[in-house]
Design a protein around this ligand. Structure first.
Ligand code: BTN
Length: 243
């Protein structure tokens, strides 16, 4: 079933990810179902943060996936497939975005979209996945957050349904590649689109700030930086970007 075959539109919900997970668990929806909300009362972000969005302004969406035979070790591929789809979606609106590792979507130095993927596992396999996406479309004010929107960048309002349809088209294209197991296509594109790729930039780890060249990622999703002529890998907790 293509992604978006079933779309559930809600006026308000706690979090579309919670709603999608519960519907999947109860077997009410399956692979490809999309949950869309005008407003989230307790939208969730990565690492326990909150996701705020003014009602009716932005895309707040969760996509239900049941990837066939995807092992837990391969879960970073889902992050890569969704991130690349998001950049392509924005390209379709003439917005050049990049992926700030692991899965923030940035335009220049500002965040335009966030992704929260929550997997449910069965043994070593991913049984189902809820892909939550918050894309800033028409919101103009972000209360001092380092964020931007399509409207701020293009100085025009966008129709949320058009943006959703374009998102679904891109997700379906990349999911086809995914299903054909042509993972290298997604991995290569993800690496090419990384924010600060091959640029000498400031990072921070437990021992302080340092300059590094972002070279890519490992297959499990660790960041690879070249520091003092040596390649080093970092997990999310071990490294921070200094913007
Ligand atoms: C991030 O912190 O960057 C991830 C943000 C993800 C937000 C989206 S909005 C739709 C979906 N429902 C949620 O509660 N969160 C995700």
């Amino acid at each position: 079933m293509p992604i978006g075959q079933k779309i559930i539109r809600l006026d308000a919900v706690d979090s579309t990810n919670n709603y999608a997970a519960s519907m999947l668990q109860q077997g009410i929806v399956g692979h490809g179902a999309v949950i869309l909300a005008e407003e989230q009362i307790s939208g969730r972000g990565q690492r326990g943060s909150e996701w705020h969005s003014l009602p009716g302004m932005n895309l707040l969406v969760s996509i239900c996936l049941r990837p066939a035979n995807l092992s837990v070790d391969q879960q970073f591929l889902l992050t890569q497939f969704v991130s690349v789809s998001m950049v392509e979606l924005l390209k379709g609106f003439s917005i050049e975005a990049r992926i700030k590792w692991p899965n923030d979507i940035y335009v220049d130095q500002k965040k335009i979209a966030g992704i929260l993927i929550e997997n449910s596992l069965k043994g070593d396999c991913i049984q189902s996945s809820v892909v939550g996406i918050g894309l800033n479309v028409n919101q103009m004010e972000f209360n001092g957050l380092n964020a931007t929107s399509m409207r701020l960048l293009k100085e025009q309002q966008f129709n949320l349904t058009d943006v959703l349809m374009s998102l679904l088209n891109n997700l379906n294209s990349f999911y086809d590649i995914f299903q054909r197991h042509e993972y290298f296509l997604i991995e290569n594109q993800y690496e090419d689109l990384l924010f600060q790729k091959d640029k000498l930039c400031l990072y921070e780890d437990a021992s302080g700030k340092f300059n590094g060249l972002l070279k890519g990622v490992t297959s499990s999703g660790q960041l690879v930086l070249q520091v003092d002529q040596q390649l080093k890998t970092y997990s999310l907790k071990e490294i921070g970007f200094i913007l």
